[in-house]
Design a protein around this ligand. Structure first.
Ligand code: PA5
Length: 351
């Protein structure tokens, strides 16, 4: 009998509590929202036309997820910069969110310094480090989130704080009812996917078992599903220590489909979807899957759940988080440590 995903086995391998952090996503999101709500609103300079998130990895993803909520809804352009240098289309009329959980990520610090030199308004979202000091020195708003987590496990804090602050600045509409729905849906999903629930009744465990030892291909439709797919990939990279290929509709129908339709590996296709996708995109998913499925070991479509965009977004995020967690445990690895990242950062800091 396979006991690898039983509650006891899970917690004996997950000694640093990644499972609890994932289960606590709804609470962390609530806390993050409070942090954003409590901060004094910045007096915005006139004519702000862009928001730029400056960050890397587990911190930057909060920007992609926020941007996906408003892509087709607002005239405000929300962009994510994952680099040292700011692109020239950003300037003084950009509101910058410098997001670094540790506060010590060099690309983020450099981009943030450039934004400040440009005279841009910067909001810092961090648990401390040099970013907190920089924000204090420049008198920038500082959304200080609790320390002690892996950056990727602090998504609820970072996302919640940044989005609530954007609401406070009236850059985005009031989302109160969406938050309420999101909290209650997430609580329900966290229970349903948690280690206490056996695989026979637990969709996250079942998905992990289906994917075990397969090459993972994630395709997603635009909007919240696409942003969630990025989170799934990075969570599979860091928690499960596995690679995952990610591509997006409708673009993949113009290139990746060729390779996928001739794939002779043990691949499993996950397609992340949302009810607001364009009807032609829905048709593309059906036709594309039909063409490539004979070459795959398996395929599953995952539709977002819930009513509001925010709730649907997080219904995908939490499933991916639990999936990546169970994939780690199936291989007998601790989901928390990310040794290669730690070593690389240490070596960079010595140069
Ligand atoms: O998940 C991780 O540990 C990384 O992707 C980090 O988030 C990334 O290296 C950036 O660090 P920080 O989030 O502290 O800015």
């Amino acid at each position: 009998m396979d006991t690898r995903l039983d509650e006891q086995s899970v917690y004996s391998l997950d000694v640093q509590g990644m499972g609890d952090a994932i289960k606590n996503l709804p609470l962390m999101l609530k806390k993050g929202r409070e942090i954003g709500q409590e901060e004094e609103p910045l007096r915005l300079i006139r004519g702000i036309d862009r928001v730029a998130f400056l960050g890397m990895g587990g911190s930057a993803i909060s920007g992609d997820l926020i941007a996906s909520l408003f892509l087709d809804k607002l005239p405000l352009h929300i962009t994510v910069v994952r680099d040292y240098n700011l692109p020239p289309f950003l300037g003084k009329k950009t509101l910058y969110f410098a997001v670094s959980y540790s506060g010590d990520t060099e690309e983020t610090l450099e981009a943030c310094t450039q934004a400040l030199k440009l005279g841009g308004q910067v909001v810092a979202v961090t648990s401390g480090g040099q970013l907190a000091s920089l924000a204090r020195n420049f008198g920038s708003p500082l959304l200080l989130v609790p320390p002690g987590f892996q950056p990727r496990a602090a998504l609820g804090f970072l996302f919640g704080a940044a989005l609530a602050y954007m609401e406070k600045l009236k850059l985005v509409p009031d989302l109160s009812s969406q938050w309420e729905e999101t909290f209650s849906l997430l609580e329900e999903l966290a229970r349903r996917y948690s280690p206490e629930i056996p695989a026979s009744q637990n969709p996250a465990k079942q998905l992990a078992l289906a994917l075990e030892d397969k090459e993972i291909i994630i395709c997603a439709t635009p909007g919240i599903a696409a942003a969630s797919a990025l989170r799934w990939k990075t969570q599979i990279n860091e928690n499960s220590k596995l690679t995952a290929l990610v591509d997006f509709y409708p673009e993949l129908d113009h290139n990746e489909i060729v390779a996928l339709s001739l794939r002779k590996r043990n691949s499993f296709l996950l397609t992340l979807r949302d009810k607001e996708e364009h009807p032609r995109t829905a048709l593309r998913v059906a036709l594309t899957t039909k063409i490539i499925k004979p070459f795959l070991l398996g395929a599953e479509e995952i539709m977002s759940q819930g009513d509001s965009r925010l709730a649907r977004l997080f219904s995908l995020v939490i499933l991916g988080d639990f999936l990546s967690y169970y994939l780690a445990l199936l291989q007998g690895v601790d989901p928390t440590p990310v040794e290669a990242i730690r070593i690389l950062k240490k070596r960079l800091s010595e140069k």
